[in-house]
Design a protein around this ligand. Sequence first.
Ligand code: HEC
Ligand code: HEC
Length: 238
Amino acid sequence: MSRSWRHVNRGFALLLGCLLAAPCTLAEEVADPFADADMDNATEINEVCAGCHGEYGQGGKDGEYPRLAGLPAAFIARQLELFRGRERENLAMVEHTDHRQMPDSDVRDISAFLAAIELPSRLPPVDETAADFNAYERLMATKRMVQIPRAEGDTIAGERLYAKECASCHGRDGLGRERDAVPMLAGQYTGYLHRQVEKYIDKRRVHDPSDPDAEELLAAFSAEELRDIFAYISILDD
Ligand code: HEC
Ligand code: HEC
């Protein structure tokens, strides 16, 4: 494809984006705070994060360490700022997040880096007897895969509650909303999500800073209803 054509296509894509996602201005497009993130610096920082969150931000220990890959960059940056300001508790990360360890430019870099990682939830079928089968490549691909096991509960009841109470912000498919820094819930460890809901209800975390009723929303569910919602979320990546 010629250079000029690519240019025209990009212009068209931008225009289409603007039509679909109002309000949109070209100035906003230019002002993306993560656009000039330094990915080499981020790769270095990630060596520290990987000790707990895994090399690909895939998380670990069944959600003791959450998955970070694919979360909106602005959400990741906000959590790091909250940890740094001690507004969100996180003993494990305290020593990594003070201003000296993590200046604002590092927060930007590592947030953009982790947000851009895509993890498959399943592997394509392969023929292990084929001549071009590469066992090492297959093993590496397995390491990147995150597949949330089906959690206990009534997924039908959970789907109904999710669609009514969560989808407006977290998306119909649980994929979150990049633009508003709303995290995905699909593909995140069930135990981790559950713990966060407890923190919201106990007011140790703020659910949606722009919506003061969001905590009350979670507190209004019975334990059974929450279990059903998480059961439904756990099958969204199947
Ligand atoms: C010593 C282990 C450890 C290291 C190293 C670590 N983290 Fe964490 N991180 C945690 C734990 C534990 C949590 C979950 C805290 C909780 O349950 O609220 C967490 C949570 C987070 C969250 C919140 C995710 C969410 O969905 O709410 C972000 C973002 C994060 N870490 C980013 C990082 C980055 C970036 C680095 C590297 C600079 C890093 N962490 C290094 C242990 C660690
Ligand atoms: C009004 C919008 C809104 C609604 C409705 C909403 N959420 Fe959220 N949720 C958010 C935002 C924004 C965040 C990120 C908060 C932050 O930055 O710490 C969030 C974060 C979360 C997290 C933490 C995820 C993480 O990785 O740390 C969980 C769990 C969660 N929401 C569950 C739910 C469930 C379950 C429902 C439905 C019962 C729901 N939310 C409805 C806006 C919403």
